[in-house]
Design a protein. Structure first.
Length: 92
């Protein structure tokens, strides 16, 4: 009988079980799309600090974003579609 072909070690799964973007990536997109450099409070945004310490970002014990509070923060621009990646409340 003919042996079965050996699978290539470079084969990748056809689907991914991980999110395409990290919370940091999504927050960075939101920051850029809404002129974060002009916000009244943008402490720690886009720094190496844990995203849960960024001004207005609240997280649970697993560092998952649970609330994004940007009220009275001079947010200007179009909210990006990536915001939908968060299963949380958004206040502006």
């Amino acid at each position: 009988p003919t042996p079965l072909p050996t699978p290539l070690t470079t084969q990748q799964p056809t689907h991914s079980t991980t999110s395409l973007s990290t919370p940091r990536d999504i927050l960075g997109i939101i920051y850029t799309a809404t002129n974060g450099n002009r916000w009244n409070q943008n402490d720690k945004w886009l720094t190496s600090a844990n995203h849960c310490t960024w001004d207005g970002v609240l997280c649970n014990a697993d560092d998952e974003v649970t609330k994004l509070d940007l009220r009275s923060n001079n947010v200007d621009g179009t909210l990006p579609k990536e915001l939908g990646e968060f299963l949380c409340c958004f206040y502006h």
